[in-house]
Design a protein around this ligand. Sequence first.
Ligand SMILES: C[S@@+](CC[C@H](N)C(=O)[O-])C[C@H]1O[C@@H](n2cnc3c(N)ncnc32)[C@H](O)[C@@H]1O
Length: 377
Amino acid sequence: MEATPAQVLISLDPPYRIADDATEFVFLGWAQVDDPAAPDVRMTVNGVEVPVRLGERPPNLHLYYKDVEALTFFQRVHLVDLLRAAPPPPEPFLLEVAVVSDGRSRVFEYAVSEAWLRRVYGRPVRARAIPPEPLQIRVTGAAAGEFHRTGRTTAEQIAGILARGGRPLDQHRRILDFGCGPGRVIDCVHDMHPQAELFGCDIDGEAIAWAAGALGEVADFRVNGLEPPLPFEDESFDLIYGISVFTHLPEDLQNAWLFELRRVLKPGGTLLTTKLDAAGYDYVPEPVKQAFARDGFVFWGEADITEGLPDVYRLAYHTDDYVRRVWGAYFDVLHIGSHDLNRTQDAVLMRRPRHALSWLPPKLRRRLHALKALAPA
Ligand SMILES: C[S@@+](CC[C@H](N)C(=O)[O-])C[C@H]1O[C@@H](n2cnc3c(N)ncnc32)[C@H](O)[C@@H]1O
């Protein structure tokens, strides 16, 4: 979990599920306003504007946001009538509620079942699968409610980075999402490249059980251990991506996983992972930043634990130099980005070398790599 850089001060509760027998729903929240005497707060449900009623300043807001003005708002919406009157939805259906206040906006997603959609539309309509809120929070941090939206942005960013690296997403056939959680990204990768054979794996048995049930037609989901191996044969994949996984593991586990990912990747195959830069974040304590600047890598073992995941899952930071030096012993590093993935993370695009040396033990490869770096050009 990473801290979100800028708070969007609009909240809408509860951002999760519409009951199967619901015809109406009360949307209740609060929004930051520039001037409480002249607020401009609007709400749309799947693009259809609904008027909102504004109430008081939210109680206790000043405990969290000292200088912020905000107003509560609420609206009872007859969802069935509203959706029946609106243009037919794109499939898979997703209920998206946008709140706009003085130009600031947020979109909140609500899960609905296919039984509910059949009642609304009188015919079968596929629903976008949105996991229960605790599983969303486990992978995206404190803020739930934008699970699919952020997954889609991340998948688009992955596709952009692959294309700029010279091998677009649709040129990869067998693809593994390493550390897929409940399938936030893989669901959208499937939308973009439906011909791909997709696999997802994670240490989180609950997330995998949910994904296997809700997204079983999208990918083959497996649980793996905190340490290698993966339940796949050598050279199984054309592409492996792992979003926000190496940002959480200690160095010995990272090295073991780099070695393992190289084993299951085809020679010449693509690996895309992410890293974090400690320097830019106020919440990172000074000693952690100093270790990062000195060593190029730091594992912050006192960072908050994530409920539901092992204790060892904390925060890790890598400099570009470290990635080139250490990860470069396992893979050819093609690109290191800056805040180009998942809001705060740096994408690292790599390729498994085709040459014979790639099977030497990592320590020896690292030594050779260091010697190569010393050699005159
Ligand atoms: C921040 S979440 C990101 C999930 C997903 N990649 C996404 O972007 O939505 C990190 C994920 O990595 C998983 N993870 C951590 N260590 C792992 C490991 N050794 N093998 C597989 N998954 C791991 C966690 O369980 C968690 O689901």
